[in-house]
Design a protein around this ligand. Structure first.
Ligand SMILES: Cc1ncc(C[n+]2csc(CCOP(=O)(O)OP(=O)(O)O)c2C)c(N)n1
Ligand SMILES: [Mg+2]
Length: 700
């Protein structure tokens, strides 16, 4: 029955389907009203879409919302969060601990809905992964959700290809649904992601586009007239339409079409009415992002045939109806899956062990046994080169360490070269090398999606182009996903490519981001230690910043051991008796310059210390005594050396310290000329050190 028909009759017939749909609607309206902030219109419009999907199709067990083979539902229109919270509440999804244990209590009790958008509520303004069980990914920045859903779908295909075996062809066969709107469609990231999804023929992926013609400023005709269907057909998607968001039968037909489409992703374009049922606000941008107001709510409830004055009202039978639908189906599927996992373990013990470890974010036994040691070498090698060796040694022992680049694997040296590693493609979903194409923003979101299914993804590119993916990277950090970003061409060291390719402020950007670990290793052995640290992270994304040009491999018999990297900063070379009069702090390719300067200063009788500081974040979490042993507070003469902006360095050098840095956009020239122009040679460091020592300072 079309729910639209209800408004043509004076008495409103209430089937249980309709009652459930209207419960979602009214909970959403009431939640937004109570918060006096939020987005009521789209949950009201899409309640039937979400209801149909969850109640009839989604293979999801509310009792165990982390069951690995569950279908994923991504609310890419994060502003419509009350839609998701209402569903989580009505289906009685259980809370899960940080260790993936299902707790007894429900994830979103009615009181949380009532406390929508309030401090510590399980219903924050936009859905947050890790905070509310049942939220599969954090959404809010439009386009991120759909792009992440592509990563989840890719991850699923990879899991299926590796772990589904004879007798267990359906071990991983889950689908990924993403609900998006005009905003998601307009954002470039959705185009990047949809293009790749079509190319990879991800038939397990279904996007539902809420074609309501409304965004914040008004009608979409202000800025958006493209033919979305044709665009997606061009990407190689299957496109189907539902002309009325209230038509449960038509919706069900569209979902069945998706399920029977085996060779490409599906886009369901749904025509809906924002603020459905609100007499003065329906189909207007006024229904988008502000509470309806008490009177409008009353009128909308009257239209629904709902008790007008009841708030947060869940009629009898609604919970039970969901229990009998999604609840029963989900539990049966989940229990059947776990019943068979025991047999799988017997037949494929090694694969089962891999899965167990992966799903708990553990590493295989002996994962680091092949990591190379690099002999001292004054000529050395680029850190991107040493990284290639370390990555490959680790990949040998961690089968689910998979990834690729945005068309830059030959430059970033991120290819997994071992025999059989293969390339991930529509023909080979088992490949470990991914080709994201020149789509940095989507690559970041896709890595997040892959990480959400617990494989260990890495993505690579030139450091400068982190600008193109900052939105996704920020969500890696916000979601606490251990995604690995490998960025090469880290400085003016790239030489001739010039200012467009020379990162300046980028290290400062990365270091400013909470929860992100940035590491810029100085030589090959620091690269090994960096990978060691990164691979053991559970909740932090990491950015590994590498050189294009060769850097000396430091003689560790003479200078401090590279294992110091794990503490973020360590003493590489010291003054006699550990009593320096000046400290030189360097990162990456500048550390060997500091060592050069140190040797010269030593000859001249100057007591210098060199601190290699590959990671601010790792250093900052060390205890005070360690930090002060590396940077003794009484030694105020300090020089930092980094081919980048000095932003933030005074934290370590003090306001009177000296920062050898770059304050412009770099230049295009051979490296030697650039180093001269920008003053990156030991002479400048030596001069700065001497001037620091000579500088009069106030006694503290
Ligand atoms: C990247 C990004 N830019 C801007 C916003 C602010 N914003 C939130 S909702 C919205 C309009 C979205 O329109 P649509 O997707 O059609 O949602 P509807 O109004 O139909 O619910 C905007 C611009 C955002 N959340 N993310
Ligand atoms: Mg819209």
């Amino acid at each position: 029955m079309s729910i639209a028909t209800v408004f043509s009759s004076s008495t409103v017939p209430q089937t249980m389907d309709l009652t459930c749909v209207n419960t979602i609607r009214t909970l959403s309206m009431d939640g937004v009203q109570a918060a006096n902030s939020g987005h009521p219109g789209t949950p009201m419009a899409l309640a039937p879409v979400a209801y149909c999907l969850w109640q009839q199709f989604l293979r999801f067990d509310p009792q165990d919302p982390v069951w690995p083979n569950r279908d994923r539902f991504v609310l890419s229109i994060g502003h419509a969060s009350m839609l998701l919270y209402s569903l989580l509440h009505l289906t009685e999804v259980r809370a899960v601990s940080k260790d993936y244990e299902t707790l007894g209590e429900v994830s979103v009790p009615l009181d949380s809905l009532k406390a929508f958008r309030q401090l510590d509520s399980r219903c924050p303004g936009h859905p947050e992964y890790r905070w509310t069980s049942g939220v599969e990914t954090t959404t809010g920045p439009l386009g991120q959700g759909v792009a992440t859903s592509v990563g989840i779908a890719i991850g699923r295909q990879w899991l299926s290809a590796r772990y589904n075996r004879p007798g267990f062809e359906d071990l991983f066969d889950f689908n990924v649904y993403a609900l998006c709107g005009d905003g998601c469609m307009m954002e470039g990231i959705s185009s990047e992601a949809a293009s790749l999804a079509g190319h990879l023929r991800l038939s397990n992926l279904c996007w539902i586009y809420d074609n309501n013609h409304i965004t914040i400023e008004g009608n979409t005709s202000l800025a958006f007239t493209e033919d979305v269907a044709t665009r997606f057909i061009g990407y190689g998607w299957n496109v189907t339409r539902v002309g009325d968001a209230n038509d449960l039968e038509m919706l069900a037909r569209a979902f069945r079409t998706f399920q029977s489409t085996k060779d490409r992703p599906t886009l369901i374009i749904v025509d809906s009415h924002i603020g459905y049922g609100a007499p003065h606000k329906q189909d207007t941008s006024g229904a988008h992002g502000e509470p309806l107001g008490e009177e409008e709510i009353r009128l909308a409830k009257r239209n629904y045939g709902w008790p007008e004055d009841k708030k947060f009202y869940v009629p009898d039978g609604v919970y039970d109806h969901f229990r009998q639908g999604i609840g029963k189906r989900g539990k049966q599927l989940r229990d059947a899956w776990f019943a068979r996992i025991g047999d799988y373990r017997k037949q494929y013990p090694e694969l089962a062990e891999e899965l167990f470890r992966m799903q708990h974010r553990q590493l295989p036994e002996g994962w680091d046994r092949d990591l190379p040691e690099f002999p001292a070498d004054p000529k050395g090698l680029a850190t991107r080169e040493s990284s290639a060796e370390v990555l490959n040694a680790a990949a040998k022992n961690i089968p689910w360490l998979i990834g690729g680049a945005a068309d830059l694997a030959p430059s970033t040296k991120t290819r997994i070269t071992q025999e059989g590693a293969g390339d991930f493609s529509a023909e080979n979903y088992a490949g470990r090398n991914f080709h994201f194409g020149i789509r940095e923003h989507a690559m970041g979101a896709i890595l997040n999606g892959m990480s959400l299914v617990k494989v260990r993804p890495f993505g690579a590119g030139f450091f400068i182009f982190v600008d193109y993916m900052r939105g996704s990277l920020r969500l890696s950090a916000l979601m606490e996903l251990p995604v690995i970003y490998v960025f090469t061409h880290d400085s003016i060291g790239v030489g001739e490519d010039g200012p467009t390719h020379q990162p300046i402020e980028h290290l400062a950007h990365m270091r400013a981001m909470p929860g992100l670990i940035t590491i810029r290793p100085a030589d090959a052995n620091e690269v090994r230690e960096a990978w060691k640290v990164i691979l053991q992270l559970h909740h932090e994304p990491a950015v590994l910043v590498l050189t294009r040009q060769a850097v000396p491999t430091i003689d560790r018999t003479k200078y401090g051991p590279a294992s110091g990297l794990a503490r973020g900063a360590y003493i590489l070379a010291d003054a006699p008796g550990g009593n320096p009069e000046v400290i030189l702090i360097g990162t990456g390719s500048e550390v060997s310059l500091c060592v050069e300067a140190y040797e010269q200063l030593k000859k001249e009788g100057v007591r210098a210390r060199v601190v290699s500081m590959p990671s601010w974040e790792l250093f900052d979490v060390q205890d005070k005594s360690y930090r002060e042993s590396v940077l003794p507070p009484h030694v105020k003469a300090r020089v930092s050396v980094e081919e980048a902006s000095d932003f933030g360095w005074s934290k370590y050098t003090g306001s009177e310290g000296h920062n050898v840095c770059i304050e412009s956009f770099g230049a295009s020239a051979p490296l030697k000329q650039l180093l001269k122009k920008f003053g990156f040679g030991s002479e400048r460091i030596i001069a700065a050190a001497k001037s620091q020592i000579a500088q009069p300072r106030a006694q503290s």
